[in-house]
Design a protein around this ligand. Structure first.
Ligand SMILES: *Cc1c(COP(=O)(O)O)cnc(C)c1O
Length: 376
C-alpha cells in the first residue's frame, strides 16, 4: 500500500465542484488583487473565531511580520518565543532588528513552558512581547501566559499557524491573545493552493494598522501613512479557501478521529514504552496539524523512519534541530544544553502521515508495520 504524507488531491476531488466554480467566478470578474472574495473570507474567519477583525495577508510569516511592525518596537527590544518551532517567529523578530529570547518547551505538549517565562523575565529588562506557538495543533496555556504578560506590560502574539480550528477552554485558537496569526500553507489544517496567512484581533486600531501595513502603509491610493510592504493575499486563493472553509469543521472531526485511531492501534507500544503518543491537555482540543510521536532515542527514531519508508510510508521530522542551534541564530550565542527539552524532543520526534481523508485501512496498515518493526 502506498501512503501519502498529506494527501491534498483527495481533498480536492471531494471539493472539486465548489473550488472550480469559485475559481471561475474570480477569472470572470478579474479582480485578482483585493477582490470581493478576500472580504468574504475575512468575514467568515471572524465569524468562525468569534473575533472582530481578520486581515488576510500573503503568508503566515508575513502575518507575523505585519504584527510585529504594528507594535512600533525599537532596535534591541527583546521578544520571547519558543526554542522548538518552525523558524518564522524568530526570523521575523531578528529581521526587524529585535532580539529573540528563546524559552524551553513543556515536555508533554511541546509548547512554551509558562513557568520558564517567569525565570527569563527576572533576568532580562528589554522584553516587550511574547510569541507562543501552538505546536502540532494544540494551543499553548494562554490564561497563564496572558496573566504573566499583563503583569509585565508585554504584548502576546499567538502563532496559530498549526492550531487554526483548535480550542482552548472552549475558545478558538486565533482568538487567545492580543493578536494572532495563522498560515494557509497548503498542508496546514486549513490550507490554500499557494501561500497565504491571516492576522486576527479584537482591537480596531491594530486591525486598521495591519490593513495599512499589508498595502504599503496606504490609507488611500498613493497616501502612505506609515511604512508598509506588499503583504496582500490573492483573490484566487481566497476563493479556494471559501470552498474549503465550508467543510473545515467536518475535516477537523475527521483528523481527530484519525488521531484517535492511531492512538488506539499504537496503545500496546505506548504501554510498553516503545513510544510516546501525542498528549492533548484537558483544556485543549487539537486539530493535529501533525500526529507526532516520540521514540526512545535518535537511533530508534531514524531506524523506524527508514523501515517505514521502505514500506512506502513517508514520515517527517518536525523539527530535527531546535532554533537556538540553527546557524541563522548563531549570532545570539546560545549553545548546546541551553534548552535541554527542545534538544531532546528534536532527537526523538517523528510525524506520521496525517490528513482528513486517510481511511481506516491506511491507518491500520501504518500501525501494523510499526508493530512489526518493534516486534522484530
Ligand atoms: C507554517 C508555520 C508558519 C509560517 O507560515 P507560512 O505561511 O509558511 O509563512 C509560522 N509558524 C508556524 C508554527 C508554522 O507551522
Amino acid at each position: 500500500m502506498k501512503i501519502e504524507f498529506c494527501d491534498l488531491r483527495r481533498q480536492y476531488l471531494y471539493l472539486k465542484n465548489k473550488i472550480d466554480s469559485n475559481i471561475r467566478v474570480v477569472l470572470s470578474h478579474g479582480k485578482f488583487i483585493n477582490g470581493p472574495e478576500i472580504r468574504e473570507l475575512e468575514r467568515n474567519c471572524s465569524d468562525f473565531l468569534k473575533i472582530n477583525h481578520s486581515v488576510a495577508v500573503s503568508s503566515g510569516t508575513d502575518a507575523l511580520l505585519a504584527s510585529l511592525i504594528s507594535y512600533n518596537l525599537e532596535k534591541g527590544d527583546q521578544i520571547i518565543t519558543s526554542a522548538f518551532s518552525f523558524a518564522s517567529a524568530a526570523e521575523t523578530i531578528s529581521l526587524l532588528g529585535l532580539t529573540p529570547l528563546f524559552v524551553d518547551i513543556d515536555a508533554k505538549t511541546y509548547n512554551l513552558d509558562a513557568e520558564k517565562l517567569k525565570t527569563i523575565l527576572e533576568s532580562e529588562d528589554k522584553i516587550k512581547g511574547i510569541i507562543p506557538i501552538d505546536l502540532f495543533g494544540q494551543p499553548a496555556d494562554y490564561d497563564e501566559i496572558n496573566k504573566i504578560a499583563l503583569q509585565n506590560g508585554l504584548f502576546v502574539i499567538e502563532d496559530a499557524a498549526q492550531s487554526f480550528g483548535a480550542e482552548y477552554k472552549g475558545r478558538k485558537a486565533g482568538s487567545l491573545a492580543d493578536l494572532a496569526i495563522t498560515s494557509f500553507f497548503p498542508s496546514k489544517p486549513l490550507g490554500c493552493y499557494g501561500d497565504g496567512g491571516m492576522v486576527f484581533t479584537n482591537n480596531d486600531e491594530v486591525a486598521e494598522k495591519i490593513r495599512q501595513i499589508r498595502n504599503h502603509g496606504q490609507t488611500s491610493k498613493y497616501e502612505h501613512k506609515t511604512l508598509g510592504l506588499n503583504l496582500r493575499f490573492d483573490t484566487l486563493q481566497a476563493a479556494i479557501l471559501l470552498a474549503k472553509l465550508e467543510r473545515f469543521e467536518k475535516e477537523i472531526k475527521k483528523r481527530q478521529e484519525i488521531a484517535q485511531k492511531y492512538s488506539d492501534n499504537l496503545k500496546g507500544l505506548s504501554e510498553t514504552r516503545r513510544l510516546v503518543l501525542p498528549h492533548v491537555k484537558e483544556d485543549n482540543t487539537s486539530v493535529f496539524a501533525q500526529f507526532s510521536i516520540l521514540l526512545e532515542n535518535r537511533g530508534t527514531r531514524d531506524t523506524l523512519k527508514e523501515y517505514l519508508e521502505k514500506k512506502d510510508i513517508p514520515t517527517a521530522i518536525h523539527y530535527p534541530k531546535p532554533l537556538h542551534l540553527q546557524p541563522s541564530f548563531s549570532y545570539l550565542n546560545y549553545k548546546e544544553g541551553d534548552f535541554p527539552i527542545s534538544e531532546e524532543i528534536s532527537r526523538r520526534i517523528l510525524s506520521l502521515p496525517m490528513d482528513a481523508y486517510k481511511n481506516e485501512d491506511e491507518i491500520n496498515y501504518i500501525c501494523r508495520i510499526m508493530n512489526e518493526f518493534f516486534n522484530n
